[in-house]
Write a protein that binds this ligand. Sequence first.
Ligand code: NAP
Length: 327
Amino acid sequence: MPRAIQITAFGGPEQLKLVELPVGEPGPGEIRIRHHASGLNFIDVYNRTGLYQNPLPLVLGGEGAGVVEAVGEGVTHLKAGDRAAYASNAPGSYSEARVMPAKHVVKLPDAIGFDTGAAMMLKGLTAQYLLKRVRPVEGLEAGDFVLFHAAAGGVGLIACQWAKALGLQLIGTAGSAAKCELAQAHGAAHVIDYSKEDFVARVKAITGGKGVKVVYDSVGKDTWEGSLGCLRPFGLMASFGNASGPVPPFAPGILGAKGSLYVTRQTLFTHIATREATQQMADDLFAVVAQGDVKIRIDQRYPLTEVAQAHRDLEARKTTGSTILTM
Ligand SMILES: NC(=O)c1ccc[n+]([C@@H]2O[C@H](COP(=O)([O-])OP(=O)(O)OC[C@H]3O[C@@H](n4cnc5c(N)ncnc54)[C@H](OP(=O)(O)O)[C@@H]3O)[C@@H](O)[C@H]2O)c1
């Protein structure tokens, strides 16, 4: 039987248990995929701790790549034998094989290996929608300043490169000098070590006192207030994560006081709700990777059985770029 990593209770990395689970036949609208690799994402931590609640027992993992073994009724865009990859809000990629909704799965171009496929889908599609589908009211054009927190992370390094390709001046924050160097080497126009520097003051200095049009904030609690202070009037706060903890409730009056700001809380899963949107966004991602504008860095690889260590390292901010679990 295929091996998988399952939790039966919310909690720390010790809850991640290796099990063997039967994998049945795909039903209507489903496929069965045999994974070559699974991607590690911070959402897996939220799903493990119970910050995001899913029914238990739960096989974690929202990103993977492998070979389609069987397709269910009504699935026309995939067939047995296809190389494929996905990001999905139906967890289960921490497994050697699984059944899952076909609408989240796309064919993997021949030029992209399985490891890269597993490292790029959830993070790359997130960078795609953040930069292409989340727009400030005054628009976003080449030359504009944006602020991107955790710029040396998985989503961060993809966003740095893609923003540069779009001509944006991305100001990246990261938690060490080495991480800042990495973000800069991947296209960040400016970098700020927010473990040492006042990022609000630095953003003001870099932008000549004006502030940025968009802040992409996945750090959450620790950066929320400072991020609002980095925006120019009518700027957009695009909150999309809580690596430091969830953003506490706030009074909307602060948005007026800081310059008639806009706030949105985004999730990839609204953007990839349909097969058509998923394919369109994936095609855009595959194109920037094929052109060489975005390179997918896999800085950490762990065997599936070492997943608890992978979680510890991710939460301890020891990782950079993408991380995969190998089968
Ligand atoms: N809403 C969505 O659609 C969506 C989709 C994908 C990802 N996300 C979010 O985007 C973020 C990045 O995801 P990822 O998987 O690529 O992870 P990641 O960026 O590789 O890792 C998270 C990074 O957050 C930073 N961080 C700041 N405060 C932290 C803290 N207290 N504890 C741990 N890390 C902290 C760390 O970088 P520094 O040391 O440089 O600060 C850390 O490396 C996550 O918050 C994730 O939930 C959201």
